[in-house]
Design a protein. Structure first.
Length: 236
């Protein structure tokens, strides 16, 4: 029995190695066309595919990171414009640069508190020609020969202002301003609630009618920060 097992194994090994044996004849190797696609070729192909994948990922992440840096830079420019143009005695600026977690809870970029009103500042990083369609859900934008579609920023800003008004428990005096880059152009006309980075402070200063006391604005500041801290604890 062991002998037959050894014979079977021997025949099988010969078949695998490409040789055949017949009784009483000399074994001749079975010649088959050798494939040019070897293991080395497979490794090289996999390596090239990996390089292409890594390059594509790098280009995508670089562009995405660049967009985030540009958006953060614009928000900083808005804060700088407000901080250098508004009187600190009458205007309190709450920015994500100063209170990241608190304003994140309200999805706000910046809030300006003053006796002349509470201003929700929404920063939009969209350059080029913007077709304003106030009743539409999206605004077509043309920049560098490409068309983009921007979700109606006025609707989003109004919703955020409504949320903030409920947090402050005030039925009036909360306004919103949508800020675009200075390179943005509007067609046919720019909406009243939109401005550019260099004009954001002037847009706020045009409101001169007193609506709140300094004590109320201080309470508003405490309410915004307390809401953010409470939301942070709930999320932890």
């Amino acid at each position: 029995m062991n002998r037959w097992i050894l014979v079977c194994l021997w025949v099988f090994s010969r078949a695998v190695s490409g040789e055949t044996a017949m009784p009483g004849t000399v074994m001749q190797p079975v010649t088959e066309p050798i494939s040019s696609f070897t293991a080395l070729n497979l490794i090289a192909l996999c390596f090239c595919l990996y390089l292409l994948w890594a390059l594509g990922k790098y280009v995508y992440l670089r562009g995405h990171h660049s967009d985030k840096e540009q958006a953060a830079k614009q928000k900083w420019q808005v804060y700088q414009n407000l901080a250098t143009s508004l009187d600190a005695k009458n205007y309190t600026i709450l920015s994500r640069h100063l209170y990241p977690s608190q304003l994140e809870a309200l999805s706000l970029d910046c809030v300006v508190l003053s006796p002349f009103g509470v201003f929700v500042v929404v920063v939009i990083d969209q350059k080029g020609l913007i077709a304003v369609e106030t009743d539409s859900q999206v605004w077509p934008c043309r920049y560098k020969g490409k068309t983009h579609y921007l979700a109606n920023p006025l609707s989003a800003a109004a919703q955020r202002a409504s949320t903030l008004a409920s947090v402050l428990n005030t039925p009036f005096g909360v306004r919103w301003i949508v800020v675009f880059p200075d390179e943005a152009e509007f067609s046919p006309t720019r909406p009243a609630d939109c401005c550019t980075v260099s004009e954001v402070a002037l847009d706020i200063l045009r409101y001169t009618r007193c609506q709140f006391s300094h004590e109320q604005t201080h309470l508003f500041e405490q309410a915004v920060l307390a809401y953010g801290d409470h939301h942070k604890r709930l999320s932890a």
